[in-house]
Design a protein. Structure first.
Length: 180
């Protein structure tokens, strides 16, 4: 799996690309952070909730990249979240579903492009693990131990990925300010 740096970079891209579409839904904040930013960050990291079981049981490899790294699981969590948001505000079901699902799916795709055994992207229909033919991330390998020089490589490459994402977002056309 890539580290949270790369996953949060992807979540931030979803935030930046979707924050202007439904201003009436996205202007609200949680504390000092825009609510939409919190949502994209949470859903871009949510598949790795299975890491908690691995840490608790001391058997990281057995539980990681399994059911929570499925597109069906992503659709399930996104549906529940969108339904809760609709229940609160009576609007925005499709918007919140799309934002959550895209953030979640990007995580799965990035893991499938990482040095690993692959992700169970179509669980529960099949336990087959999928990997993209092209590897983009070295990722975290806890079997290397907590202090490994290889983590520096992960850190460096994912900071470069973050810089690339931020650079590409700068190319995004700016919306003209709405005159009142
Ligand atoms: Zn993951």
């Amino acid at each position: 799996m890539p580290s949270p740096i790369a996953h949060l970079a992807a979540g931030y891209a979803v935030y930046r690309l979707s924050c202007n579409h439904e201003p009436q839904l996205t202007m609200q904040s949680i504390g000092s952070a825009p609510r939409l930013l919190v949502v994209t960050a949470v859903f871009s990291l949510l598949p790795d909730i299975d890491s908690a079981i691995g840490f608790l049981t001391g058997d990281f490899g057995r539980f990681h990249n399994n059911a929570t790294h499925s597109l069906i699981a992503g659709a399930f969590f996104s549906l529940i979240f969108a339904a809760l948001m609709w229940w609160r505000g009576r609007q925005g079901f499709l918007y919140w579903f799309a934002v959550a699902m895209v953030s979640y799916s990007l995580h799965i795709m990035m893991d499938a492009a990482t040095v690993s055994r692959g992700v169970m992207a179509l669980w529960p229909f099949t336990d087959t693990r999928y990997l993209f033919p092209v590897t983009l991330f070295y990722g975290l390998h806890w079997s290397d131990g907590w202090l490994s020089i290889r983590h520096l490589w992960t850190l460096l490459t994912e900071l470069l990925f973050l810089a690339l994402v931020l650079g590409l977002l700068q190319l995004q056309p700016q919306r003209a300010a709405v005159k009142s």
